[in-house]
Write a protein that binds this ligand. Sequence first.
Ligand code: ADP
Ligand code: SF4
Ligand code: MG
Length: 325
Amino acid sequence: MPEAVLAVEGLRTHFFSRRGVAKAVDGVDLAIAPDETLAVVGESGCGKTMLALSILRLVPHPGRIVEGRVRFAGKDLLGLPEKALRTIRGNAISMIFQEPMTSLNPVFRIGDQIAETLRLHRGLGQEEALDAARALLVQVGIPEPGRRLKTFPHELSGGMRQRVMIAMALACDPKVLLADEPTTALDVTIQAEILDLMRELKTRRQAAVMLITHDLGIVAETSRKLVIMYAGRIVERGDVLSFFKNPLHPYAKLLLAAVPRIGRRAGELAAISGSVPDLLRLPEGCHFHPRCPSVFDRCRLERPPLYGVGGREVRCFLYDGGGHG
Ligand SMILES: Nc1ncnc2c1ncn2[C@@H]1O[C@H](COP(=O)(O)OP(=O)(O)O)[C@@H](O)[C@H]1O
Ligand code: SF4
Ligand SMILES: [Mg+2]
């Protein structure tokens, strides 16, 4: 495997409040190679967005990164001065969000926003930047780019806005693209187009992609590797094919068993029984134990580590000593 472009090591991001400490990211390790897409999957509230925001050191108050490293281009991003980090953010590492309106400025024309990004990151002049912006719109499949450059974000459809976001993210030739549920708000056809686009750009530019999604159909289509998160921790890691053939963790088995039924959007995570854990009141022992069909005594007392199982990893006592599952 080629060396990782991005490696997260022992990352902990906690939220501090009077009610207690929510460990949104609780000791996460991962690495992504160039030209690789790593899917990050898990229910709402399990820490996916905070993981991505931590990589760019954009965790909102009252959250704080309390431990860990983010290795990129020979540096630990968590140790860099803010100014140095600003040249990496939205440049060598770009992020696209679920709702593009939150990251597009409503009062500026699309063209000016993309051009501004290009000027900032590539040092282009105004004319050159507008030409480059037009070329990017063509690249992300936006028709009539000349006219679109002059429009405001609210004048575009959701799918078009998401394309503009991708154009912005790509304006700086990122080495790493962090995509946080980039298609969740879109209808299925546009979703497929956006994914094609991301795939093509990834291949052409050799970018590493961390794709956060709750949709296992999207994982199957886009990613070779995945991690599954539960309550701030990785509970399963491995290659996507093995996962679909034989999920290891009891939580992963439930997620997969709940997948497509007719009438549901393909691959969307169905609710599995029991409630999503409140990070302020996690149970003792294995955090999944109140919902686990395979729970046994040890699970209520001890926390399982990650066990290696044939090149994959799983955080469950059933695999202590090689395990069966
Ligand atoms: N603004 C906030 N204030 C307090 N806690 C927060 C805040 N944002 C997130 N958290 C905590 O971090 C956890 C993970 O959030 P997030 O990363 O957004 O989840 P996901 O993206 O997987 O849905 C939440 O379950 C919550 O406990
Ligand atoms: S450690 Fe126990 S409770 Fe946790 S997932 Fe495994 S079997 Fe279930
Ligand atoms: Mg999120």
